[in-house]
Design a protein around this ligand. Structure first.
Ligand code: ZN
Length: 150
């Protein structure tokens, strides 16, 4: 495994939509392992492909409930609204309030290409929405309603 460089806000790769993952091979597994290691080292809750310079629809999340690998995701059946402070490994030191659904359904593939569904709530839901936005080329900064002052 290896730590990858996390690209920041001004890098144009973070503002482009990602292509689908089509090959579920060793190269993908290596990348997912590297992403997880990079996320844990940076003490983040999630990391998306473009954040390590890869324009593919892949995400790793761990909000304290174990690692989840999320490939080619869609979010549906959103429910409720929660406003909370949010940050991003690609926007270091900045936090702002963003309204996200309280619950959602995540449909995605695992590292072997198997499709799964998961009902998410609260922090897990927030993180999945934030990371899925990355795959569409969007950052949380576009949604901030109020910045958290230092
Ligand atoms: Zn982010």
């Amino acid at each position: 495994m290896a730590i990858r460089k996390i690209v920041t806000e001004e890098d144009e790769i973070l503002h482009k939509p990602c292509r689908k993952v089509e090959k579920f091979d060793k190269r993908l597994w290596q990348l997912l392992d590297d992403m997880a290691e990079t996320m844990y080292k940076a003490e983040g809750y999630g990391i998306a492909g473009p954040q390590v310079g890869v324009l593919r629809q892949l995400v790793v999340i761990d909000v304290g409930e174990g690692k989840l690998e999320v490939i080619n995701p869609t979010i549906s059946e959103t429910e409720g609204k929660v406003r909370d402070a949010e940050g991003c490994l690609s926007v270091p030191g900045k936090y702002g309030y963003v309204t996200r659904p309280k619950k959602c359904k995540l449909t995605a593939q695992d590292r072997f290409g198997n499709t799964y569904e998961k009902e998410l709530s609260d922090m897990f839901c927030r993180c999945a929405c934030h990371e899925t936005d990355h795959l569409k080329g969007h950052l949380f900064t576009e949604l901030v309603e109020e910045w958290v002052e230092d």
